[in-house]
Write a protein that binds this ligand. Sequence first.
Ligand SMILES: C[S@@+](CC[C@H](N)C(=O)[O-])C[C@H]1O[C@@H](n2cnc3c(N)ncnc32)[C@H](O)[C@@H]1O
Length: 246
Amino acid sequence: MGRRLLLRFMLAAVRILKTISVRCANARPRTPRDYLNFTVHNLLKASRLSETIVDGDMVLDIGSGDGHTLRELMLFRKIRPVGVEITVERNPHSSTRVVCHGSALPFVDKAFDVTLICYVLHHLPEDQAKAFILEAVRVARKKILLLEDSMVDFCVFYRLRNLFHRLEGDWEYGSESNAYRTPGGQEMFLTYDQWNRLLLALPGVYGVSVESLERISRYAHHTLIRVDTAPETANSGSATATTDLM
Ligand SMILES: C[S@@+](CC[C@H](N)C(=O)[O-])C[C@H]1O[C@@H](n2cnc3c(N)ncnc32)[C@H](O)[C@@H]1O
């Protein structure tokens, strides 16, 4: 008994000493370790997104917020990232962020390989959401990837959650930018079928696939929607450099 106690004590002590020494050795990390700030489910989502992206792709994130999706993607792919936001309040230090309205992008046609719109469209009125998607189609050579709050059907608890999320968005984005326009109600929390119909009716959309991310995400409503913006995307090379975009 005495020996086991002594062994436990010695193990605890040696582990503390090991932790102190490794922290000192890593006090000045030689490579950035951004992933330490990321959640597992966001990294899993980024890994899923990265399956549609290849090294060298120019990737635009519309409504990029603090830019975390682009940073997470960069752990998996060597992308050239650009984010756009309606307000400078969000991510003021990003060097890859452009401040503009998502429905009037200051980029030439097909300037990007892939365009992302992550958890933005359900915060917009339908006409503006469609304008966002049309702009995303215009600037994307290969694909648009949407992350959305979507389900096969929204149950009563989800309708409640959507109501609270609507209020949260209105208060937060409305206080940050006068250009922000709310949908007013919950009508842009679309089901899988509704997203399919809305997207396939838009010009320049060649295909849509909707995938639930429930298995790798924190909540059941996290959904990945892949939109083809070209009939033929295989071996299409890469797009123009950042400086030639505007
Ligand atoms: C729920 S946040 C999502 C942020 C980020 N995409 C993410 O996944 O964490 C919605 C974002 O859309 C931005 N947004 C809202 N209206 C916009 C507009 N008209 N043009 C560009 N961005 C807009 C907001 O400022 C906010 O950062």
